[in-house]
Design a protein around this ligand. Structure first.
Ligand code: GUN
Length: 300
């Protein structure tokens, strides 16, 4: 039987509709408009695209969007001063500092200067610790999106074998914590893992988050397993025309889809869920800041 394609684009649209509903209620019933501030330092083209997209989608769900674009030479003190003002601004419920930062800025220091309750990326050390100990936290957007899709597809994940390939702070580690929180048996595999194919073949759930194009072939996948592909890799595609590129994931889609029970495509899988979850986190942060009940289904 061919694999079910998990449609992240459609799922993200549903999440945005839910978020917009909560925003409407917050405005009508409480006179509160959730606000998200995005800070971009420098002119990295990919970051500029992301930031524009975040701003547009924030406005589309009815929230307030603030963008701080600082030049690449901005000093750490000036950046920290911007974050401090946003921390104290009652109209701002979520703050995101776009990564990577220029080399002269200490990313850990900058991220840890964001008020943890406004850290909608879930990268602050307090949120990392809260997630790791199973307490209420802000959860990183990409793993949260993966978890939502997995829960939607499977219902309960309890007892399933999950293998996360990749150990980044942004995806691999928080993904593993979330799967553990849903009672999976979790393995984190990485570049030094011995006999990676055998490890992956054990998995009922495979999450590939390594940033290496098409590195997981179909013969690593247990028949019927669910494959979540976090990779977004741009390859040159001269066969499509001069200067053309092709987006591929970290798994070889054709061969994995032939064996898997369900799979996320690239593009249109995990990618669209990241910004949808950022909006969800901003509504969650706004509800918490105002001691209101949290939106159901939008948190871990
Ligand atoms: N750069 C690439 N992905 C992300 C992300 O999820 N959050 C932030 N802040 N920067 C990024």
């Amino acid at each position: 039987m061919p694999a079910t394609i998990i449609d992240g684009k459609a799922f993200a649209a549903r999440v945005r509709t839910q978020v917009a509903g909560h925003v409407t209620r917050l405005k009508q019933d409480h006179g509160i408009t959730p606000g998200l501030a995005v800070v971009l330092v420098g002119e990295d083209p990919a970051s500029q695209v992301y930031v524009r997209s975040k701003g547009k989608q924030t406005v589309e769900v009815g929230m307030k969007s603030v963008e701080h674009k600082l030049d690449a030479q901005t000093s750490e003190a000036d950046l920290l001063a911007v974050i401090d003002r946003l921390n104290k601004d009652p109209e701002i419920h979520g703050i995101l500092v776009q990564l990577p930062l220029p080399g002269h800025l200490d990313e850990d220091l900058v991220i840890n200067s964001i008020a943890p309750e406004k850290d909608v990326d879930g990268f602050h050390i307090s949120n990392v610790g809260l997630l790791g100990t199973g307490q209420k936290s802000m959860v990183p957007c990409t793993p949260l999106g993966c978890l939502m899709m997995l829960r939607d597809h499977h219902g309960s994940l309890s007892g399933m074998e999950a293998v996360v390939i990749g150990r980044s702070n942004i995806v691999g580690k928080p993904m593993a914590q979330l799967l553990l929180g849903d009672s999976c048996t979790v393995t984190i595999a990485h570049s030094r893992t011995k006999d990676l194919p055998e490890v992956v073949r054990r998995a009922d759930i495979v999450v590939a988050a390594v940033g290496r194009p098409e590195m997981v072939p179909g013969d690593w996948i247990k028949p019927g397993a669910t494959v979540i592909d976090v990779g977004i890799n741009r390859l040159d595609a001269p066969e499509k025309g001069e200067g053309k590129t092709l987006l591929v994931g970290d798994v070889d889609y054709e061969s994995c889809a032939a064996v898997a029970g369900a799979i996320t495509p690239v593009p249109g899988g995990v990618g669209p869920m990241t910004i949808a979850c950022l909006l969800a986190n901003t509504v969650t942060a706004c509800c918490r800041a105002n001691s209101l009940s949290e939106p159901e289904g939008l948190t871990a």
